[in-house]
Design a protein around this ligand. Structure first.
Ligand code: NAD
Ligand code: TYD
Length: 348
């Protein structure tokens, strides 16, 4: 029997991690703590919400009293920490919120875990979920390894880098058992349509323009979200105390090539003439401080813990498109209200 706190479990990646743990480990108690910001959505978890080993708590990771109360009540053996503000563009408009949630929120969790576990760290683990963006930007050559120096450029990546440093500081100073993983860009079901792929799917579906920043030459390494969840399971159970693991899809695409492929798939799925969706591509003002290229070397995770990505990109992208086209109610709900204000401000 293990009792595990998962933070941010109502968000995109968190919901896949919660589902995997609740269904794969019926003997574990899984507590999902989520503030339900614009990005959190309990609809992501309707299929497992009644499982006996699952509880949802609406709350803020910055709320010290609540976190302590939950540790006292559930006597957690592990924390898998995903709660964060996660969108680079929002971090450019509202950097302080990113510092509060991503840095201070992580510290509240670290401090509570340290105080609660201090007398007995054995079989305890604080697992911090981070991003490849902490490593900065690559040119046309090179790849991020676990020893690449940190060089974040956006308020989002700076806040994640800072939280990673605090996690390591709690390990080095207090002996807190920790692991960190840094993953590349995820895609798949349940991603909020502010990120490139779901935003473009929604716009293509509605025959709206697809905004591409700059010339579309920026490169990202894309990983199917369920492969990330599987990597988190692997690292939570097999990762070595104090270690960092990079997770990636070995799957680099320029934004423009990715969107062309997506347009082709959408034309097929929507029964539109080939080339229809591509006409929606519009080049817009570049993102400030836009990192050119991310690429992840995940050979440590693959060699030491035997994880590897399961899906080819085109297959994963087709599955993702199918999910958004089938789950119209989910999509229509999240793009109503505040989303329109956000969209109009961001894209004029
Ligand atoms: P998301 O924005 O979809 O979800 C974040 C979740 O955290 C939401 O459910 C939100 O309600 C919750 N949350 C936010 N502030 C909170 C607070 N103060 N207290 C409690 N809950 C709060 O994000 P995501 O894309 O699922 O990312 C999850 C984690 O994975 C983040 O830590 C992110 O940095 C990291 N990550 C994301 C990607 C990616 O491609 N999306 C890649 C690598 C790493
Ligand atoms: P995004 O999905 O925001 O993820 P991240 O910034 O964490 O990598 O963006 C992925 C890439 O797509 C990034 O290079 C920025 C670009 N992009 C656009 O060109 N247009 C858009 O409307 C968005 C949201 C992103």
């Amino acid at each position: 029997m293990k009792s595990i706190l998962i933070t941010g479990g109502a968000g995109f990646i968190g919901s896949h991690v919660v589902r995997l743990f609740v269904t794969k480990y019926p003997e574990y108690k899984i507590v999902n703590l989520d503030k339900l910001t614009y990005a959190g959505n309990l609809q992501n978890l309707v299929d497992i919400e009644k499982m006996p080993n699952y509880s949802f708590i609406k709350g803020d990771i910055l709320d010290k009293e609540l976190i302590l109360k939950l540790f006292n009540e559930y006597k957690f053996d592990g924390v898998i920490h995903l709660a964060a503000e996660s969108h680079v563009d929002r971090s450019i408009t509202n950097p302080l919120e990113f510092a509060e949630t991503n840095i201070l929120g992580t510290m509240v969790l670290l401090n509570t875990a340290k105080n609660f576990w201090q007398k007995n760290f054995s079989d305890k683990l604080f697992y911090h979920i981070s991003t490849d963006e902490v490593y900065g930007s690559l040119g046309s050559e090179g790849i991020f390894t676990e020893t690449t120096p940190y060089d974040p450029h956006s308020p989002y990546s700076a806040s994640k880098a800072s939280s990673d440093h605090f996690v390591r500081a709690y390990h080095d100073t207090y002996g807190l058992p920790i692991v960190i993983s840094n993953c590349s860009n995820n895609y798949g079901a349940n991603q909020f349509p502010e990120k490139l792929i779901p935003l473009s799917i929604n716009n293509i579906k509605n025959s709206r323009t697809i905004p591409i920043y700059g010339k579309g030459e920026n490169i990202r390494d894309w990983l199917f979200v369920e492969d990330h969840a599987a990597a988190i399971d692997t690292i939570f159970h097999g990762g070595k105390n104090g270690e960092t693991y990079n997770i990636g899809g070995n799957n680099e695409w320029t934004n423009i090539e990715l969107i062309r492929l997506l347009c082709k798939i959408m034309d097929e799925k929507l029964g539109r003439e080939t080339g229809t969706s591509e006409k929606l591509i519009t080049f817009v003002k570049d993102r400030a401080g836009h990192d050119l290229r991310y690429a992840i070397d995940s050979s440590k995770l693959q060699n030491e813990l035997n994880w590897k990505p399961s899906l080819q990109f085109e297959e994963g992208l087709k599955k993702t498109v199918d999910w958004y086209l089938t789950n119209e109610i989910w999509l229509n709900n999240v793009v109503s209200g505040d989303y329109q204000n956000y969209y109009n401000k961001q894209y004029n």
